[in-house]
Write a protein that binds this ligand. Structure first.
Ligand SMILES: Cc1cc2nc3c(=O)[nH]c(=O)nc-3n(C[C@H](O)[C@H](O)[C@H](O)COP(=O)(O)OP(=O)(O)OC[C@H]3O[C@@H](n4cnc5c(N)ncnc54)[C@H](O)[C@@H]3O)c2cc1C
Length: 378
């Protein structure tokens, strides 16, 4: 067993770390206050080759794997979870095209993503989040294609996206087997995007409602066969959950870094905070969960890159790192005391940002459902 990264992996990790420190960290607080994503960062990340790295090389990407995506994501999200997720989330829309797209679709859409366009993954609806089989957006057959009607909620990057991968029912009576996936142009007639939704954290990352009023989508834009949409979404999650686990990993690393700096500087009762055992043990526990998060995330990504089924490991990594990040952010605030509660210090933002990790890309409860189901099946 070899736990070491290759030279190429270390290089891209270093590049992402330096980029995050130089180009993201200085804008993190203000972007959160302004609730806006600084678009110039995306352009710079594109120029240095840190976005869309998993797109195949023949379509303008770097052709790197899930592990490299995790390595980059961890660094970007350590600097700012809001900016980091916005930079990385194209992966979620690119993956269904990678899984089920035909040659013409890959050529047309990957080229646009590689050139810097944003894309969204639109599955969740007001009445169907965890229960994605219950979506109600319909795709009705019409001459030359489909007509989509319905609405989506909580769609990351929808206000920036020029493309969306949208899941809709082609056969509403068939449950999850009636779902199909479509590539939809943002400027299609009848498609509208709401204002970014107000959020507790990750405020630099826009998340919106999307409305479909008889939106025509050509048949050529359907991904895979009719009824294959649910399976495409689930296969996408196996690839994207290691990346989302890396969001949590980056945030936990930041909690450790901030807490160590504060605990070795601040004094109480004549000693540094770290010299009080209650604080030292908190830091050690943070480190334990950090190391476990890293190993689980890299393992889930590595399995995906080996072409091995990683459903259970992706869910374990996603659930563990999300819970660890939320826990670490809570502990970091305790270590900072009153200053942890202050907006003048970084840890309250980490706390607000961390919470959504336990909710999106399948809640912590849904990950546990998947893990238990897979245990029974094994
Ligand atoms: C900031 C943000 C960004 C997002 N980005 C996207 C995106 O880009 N694209 C997209 O499609 N979606 C996105 N989502 C949606 C996200 O995936 C859903 O919010 C999530 O899946 C939960 O669905 P829900 O909100 O409907 O909660 P519900 O499904 O209503 O769940 C409510 C609670 O009940 C629990 N619960 C529900 N069913 C079960 C069960 N069977 N067993 C045990 N517990 C259960 C849940 O775990 C949760 O605690 C985003 C959400 C947020 C907040």
């Amino acid at each position: 067993m070899d736990f070491s990264l290759t030279d190429e992996q270390r290089m891209i990790q270093d590049l992402a770390r330096e980029f995050a420190d130089r180009e993201i960290a200085p804008f993190s607080v203000q972007s959160d206050i302004d609730k806006s994503f600084p678009l110039a960062i995306q352009q710079k990340a594109l120029e240095v080759g840190l976005v869309n790295i998993s797109l195949p090389a023949e379509y303008g990407g770097a052709g790197l794997g899930c592990l490299e995506v995790a390595l980059v994501t961890e660094q970007l999200c350590r600097a700012c979870l809001g900016i980091g997720t916005t930079l990385c989330i194209n992966v979620l829309a690119a993956e269904p095209i990678l899984q089920a797209g035909n040659e013409a679709q890959k050529r047309a859409y990957f080229g646009r993503l590689a050139a810097g366009e944003f894309a969204s993954f639109a599955l969740t609806e007001p009445g169907a989040g965890s229960d994605s089989a219950a979506i109600r957006t319909t795709a009705k057959r019409v001459a030359g294609g489909y007509e989509l009607t319905g609405s989506k909620i909580w769609i990351s990057n929808a206000s920036l996206a020029s493309l969306m991968v949208v899941f809709a029912k082609t056969d509403p009576a068939a449950g999850h087997k009636g779902i199909s996936a479509f590539i939809v142009e943002r400027d299609s007639a009848g498609l509208s995007v709401g204002e970014p939704l107000g959020k507790m954290g990750q405020r630099a990352a826009p998340t919106c409602e999307v409305f479909f009023d008889q939106v025509f989508v050509p048949e050529a834009n359907r991904l895979g066969a009719e009824g294959e949409g649910f399976s495409i979404a689930m296969r996408t999650f196996d690839q994207s959950r290691p990346m989302v686990a890396a969001f949590g990993l980056g945030l936990t690393q930041r909690c450790v870094d901030e807490s160590m700096a504060y605990a070795t500087e601040r004094k109480s009762m004549g000693k540094r905070l770290i010299d009080h055992q209650a604080i030292a043990h908190r830091l050690a526990d943070m480190r334990i969960r950090l190391e476990a998060s890293r190993l689980l995330t890299y393992q889930a990504a590595w399995l995906a890159d080996q072409g091995q089924r990683n459903t259970v490991q992706a869910s374990i990594a996603k659930a563990f790192t999300s819970d660890a990040a939320m826990w670490a952010a809570t502990e970091a605030i305790q270590i900072f005391g009153g200053m942890g509660y202050s907006t003048e210090y970084p840890v309250e933002k980490l706390f607000r940002d961390a919470k959504v990790l336990q909710i999106y890309e399948g809640t912590s409860e849904i990950q546990r459902n998947i893990i238990a189901r897979e245990m029974e099946r094994a």
